[in-house]
Design a protein around this ligand. Structure first.
Ligand SMILES: [Zn+2]
Length: 354
C-alpha cells in the first residue's frame, strides 16, 4: 500500500512525505482563491482486517483482493474481507487528491499504518509531520459523517488479597444470580442507562449484609472491560433463622430492580437458591470494604459535553468482579473526550484498601 501510494503521488505530481514507520502524507495545494483557508488533514488507515472464508486459498501477503459488484450495487470481495475499513477512507482522500473540480483549501492526506493491530502507526506520528491544525478522520462507519474527536480510554484495576474465615455456625447457604440483562458496549451504549449486573449484585449483597448479616463466600460478574456486565453470581451464607426473611428480601429486591429497569431491561431477573452452607466466607473486614466499595463505585455517564449536544463526555464502566483463591480483581474502564476528566474520574473510585 505504501508503494502504491508512493507511485500514486509521483503519477499526479503531488508532494509526499513518509515517516520512519511508513505513515504517509500527500499534500495538495489549495484551489485558486482558497489559499488563505486553514489546511485540513484527511486521515485514513491503509491496513485492513485480513479474514478469508473457510476453504478459500488466499495469501494476504501476495494475492490481490478480488472485488466485484453484487446485484444490489455493493462492492464485495470474493472469499475474503474487502478492506472497506478503511479502504473507503483512503479512496475518498485519493479522490480529492486527483480531482480538478472540487474547490478546497490546502489539503494534507494522512495515511497511517497498522490501525487494526493497535494504532501503532498513529501512535508513532511525530510533531511536525503534519502542518494542519484541523483533522478529519475518515474511518467512521456512517456515510456523510466525519469524526473530529474521540474519547480516550483508561483501565483502572483494583486487586485485593482474599482473606477468609470459617463460616460461623448455624448459617444457611444460598446462590444468588443476577441474569437477563442486555449488556452492551461501554463506549457505544453507556448513555442508554442499561442495568449493570455488578451494581445490582453489590446492592443486594450490601443490603443483605446490613439487614440480615449476610456473608459472602464467592462473587463474580461481568467479563470484558468494554462490556457492560450482563450477569453476576454470588455464593453467600445467611443465619439459618433469617432464611425465610432473606428469601422475602430477595424477592422484593427482584421486584424493585425489575420495576426500576422495566423499560430498559425487561429480561432482568434476580434469583436466590438454597444450597449447602460454604465452609468459608470472606473475612468480615474484607467483606465490609469490598461491598461498601462496589456499592459506592460509580458506573455510567459521569458528564455530558457542554459543547456538543447529546455527546457523553466522561463515563465509567464497572466491568468485572473476579475472585480466585487468593485475589479479588475489580475491573473498571473510563472514557472521556477530555484528557483531564478521564483521570479525574478515577478519583471518584472509593479507596478499597484498609
Ligand atoms: Zn478502521
Amino acid at each position: 500500500m505504501i508503494d502504491y501510494l508512493t507511485a500514486f503521488s509521483a503519477q499526479y505530481k503531488l508532494d509526499m512525505r513518509k515517516d520512519a514507520v511508513g505513515n504517509i502524507v500527500i499534500s495538495k495545494p489549495a484551489t485558486p482563491g482558497m489559499e488563505n483557508h486553514k489546511t485540513v488533514a484527511l486521515q485514513s488507515h491503509v491496513d485492513m482486517v485480513c479474514e478469508k472464508n473457510r476453504g478459500v486459498e488466499h495469501d494476504f501477503d501476495k494475492d490481490p483482493i478480488q472485488p466485484y459488484i453484487d446485484d444490489k450495487g455493493w462492492v464485495r470481495a470474493k472469499g475474503t474481507t474487502l478492506g472497506a475499513d478503511n479502504g473507503i477512507g483512503v479512496a475518498a482522500a485519493m479522490a480529492i487528491l486527483v480531482s480538478d473540480d472540487i474547490v478546497h483549501g490546502p489539503i494534507e492526506c494522512l495515511f497511517t499504518i497498522d490501525e487494526e493491530t493497535g494504532l501503532t502507526g498513529a501512535l508513532a506520528l511525530q510533531p511536525g509531520f503534519l502542518t494542519a491544525k484541523v483533522l478529519l478522520n475518515l474511518d467512521s462507519e456512517d456515510e456523510g459523517e466525519f469524526t473530529i474527536g474521540c474519547a480516550g480510554g483508561k483501565d483502572t484495576t483494583i486487586t485485593l488479597p482474599v482473606q477468609t474465615e470459617a463460616t460461623p455456625a448455624g448459617m444457611q447457604g444460598f446462590e444468588v444470580e443476577v441474569t437477563g440483562l442486555r449488556g452492551g458496549h461501554s463506549g457505544v451504549d453507556i448513555h442508554l442507562g442499561l442495568g449493570n449486573a455488578n451494581k445490582i449484585m453489590s446492592r443486594l449483597l450490601w443490603n443483605g449484609a446490613h439487614l440480615l448479616g449476610l456473608r459472602v463466600h464467592q462473587l463474580s460478574g461481568g467479563n470484558l472491560r468494554n462490556a457492560i456486565a450482563r450477569e453476576a453470581f454470588a455464593s453467600v451464607a445467611v443465619p439459618a433463622d433469617k432464611k425465610s426473611e432473606f428469601e422475602q428480601f430477595a424477592a422484593s429486591f427482584n421486584e424493585i430492580v425489575r420495576e426500576e429497569l422495566k423499560t430498559r431491561e425487561p429480561g432482568l431477573k434476580v434469583t436466590v437458591k438454597e444450597v449447602a452452607a460454604p465452609a468459608t466466607v470472606l473475612d468480615s473486614g474484607l467483606q465490609f470494604r469490598l461491598l461498601n466499595s462496589l456499592n459506592a463505585c460509580p458506573h455510567g455517564v459521569m458528564a455530558m459535553s457542554a459543547d456538543v449536544p447529546g455527546l457523553v463526555e466522561t463515563s465509567t464502566n464497572l466491568s468485572s468482579v473476579k475472585m480466585s483463591d487468593d485475589l479479588i480483581t475489580v475491573g473498571t474502564s473510563q472514557r472521556s473526550s477530555w484528557k483531564v476528566r478521564k483521570s479525574m474520574s478515577t478519583r471518584w473510585l472509593p479507596v478499597l484498601s484498609a
